[in-house]
Design a protein around this ligand. Structure first.
Ligand code: NAD
Length: 287
């Protein structure tokens, strides 16, 4: 079997078009959607992500403000900026690009963001809502995976799903979102025994490990759906995921490539969350 390649770029383009239309509807009501992006320090990967987020805002008609702070910024200064953005009326969503320099507590900063402006869905209040299923914002990367499954008509209900990785950003919320769609979910991590056996018994695999070529062809059963969240560099310095794409795509029914799979969806989901935040803050339902 040769897998259907899930096109994250095309799906992103379509969804960003939908966000643009809704943002335009808000505009016609005199309401502007606005996102503040905060970056501390000059990590090149973070800079690329921030630039891509600003580009996506422009594509969706969302107003954006960038706050680029030096690596020497103190925790108190950053918290003061968050306070200011929490109160700023033309800002509906606040995104603080992680990681932050070591001397700043990420937890303190995340906890300081107003939950209804927390478009990354990292605030404990939003994390709790993801657990109960009563959520306003979905965490961007796991939500991107779910949107791709939906776009390709892949029904998750009753399926055995394995998520590799248990981070707060990807693995844990991904497991919850699959569970909410009635999958039977196994969360695998660095201490999991017989990982290959669990994967072979799975209908859906989401890999979020951060190791190039981690999921090999012999770990995947014929017809499985394989979603690759990983972003790595291989020995030649080329961008690649956690999945041995050449071998696994011969067995899977659907597979996401890296680049061009889950990656573009993360920022698209951020745009959706910013739109949602604007609607919530203005008491408007556009769904
Ligand atoms: P992380 O380092 O916080 O977590 C990695 C997880 O992998 C851990 O929970 C760990 O238990 C698990 N793991 C490590 N070794 C393992 C092993 N041998 N067997 C089983 N599990 C093992 O990373 P993260 O932030 O969750 O990110 C994971 C990957 O996803 C990274 O490559 C990251 O760059 C990528 N990522 C991509 C996007 C995107 O937009 N596509 C967004 C976030 C993260």
């Amino acid at each position: 079997m040769s897998a259907v390649i899930i096109d994250g770029k095309a799906t992103s383009k379509k969804l960003r078009g939908e966000v643009y239309e809704k943002v335009a509807k808000l505009g016609a009501m005199g309401i502007k959607a606005g996102l503040a992006v905060v970056i501390v320090g000059d990590d090149p990967a973070s800079r690329t992500y921030v630039n891509n987020k600003k580009k996506a805002c422009a594509e969706c008609g969302i107003y954006s403000e960038e706050y680029a702070l030096s690596a020497e910024t103190t925790e108190a200064e950053l918290l003061a900026l968050i306070d200011k953005l929490n109160a700023k009326e033309d800002i509906n969503g606040i995104l603080v690009q992680l990681p932050l320099p070591k001397h700043i507590s990420e937890d303190k900063v995340i906890n300081a963001i107003r939950p209804d402006k927390d478009v990354d869905a990292f605030h404990p209040q939003n994390v709790g809502k993801i657990m109960t299923g009563d959520f306003d914002f979905l965490p961007c990367t796991p939500a991107g995976v779910m949107a791709l499954l939906e776009e390709y008509g892949i029904d998750v209900s009753g399926k055995r799903a394995a998520v590799i990785g248990r981070s707060n950003i990807v693995g844990k919320p991904q497991s919850m979102l699959l569970l909410h769609k009635n999958a039977t979910v196994t969360i695998c991590h660095s201490r999991t025994k017989d990982l290959a056996k669990i994967l072979r018994e799975s209908d859906i695999i989401v890999a979020a490990v951060g190791k190039a070529g981690f999921v090999t062809g012999d770990m995947v059963s014929e017809g499985a759906v394989v979603m690759d969240v990983g972003i790595n560099r291989n020995a030649e310095g080329k961008l690649c995921g956690d999945v041995d794409y050449a071998a696994v795509s011969e067995k899977a029914s659907f597979i996401t490539p890296v680049p061009g799979g889950v990656g573009p969806m993360t920022i698209t989901m951020l745009m959706k969350n910013t739109l949602k935040a604007t609607c919530i803050q203005n008491n408007i339902n556009l769904d």
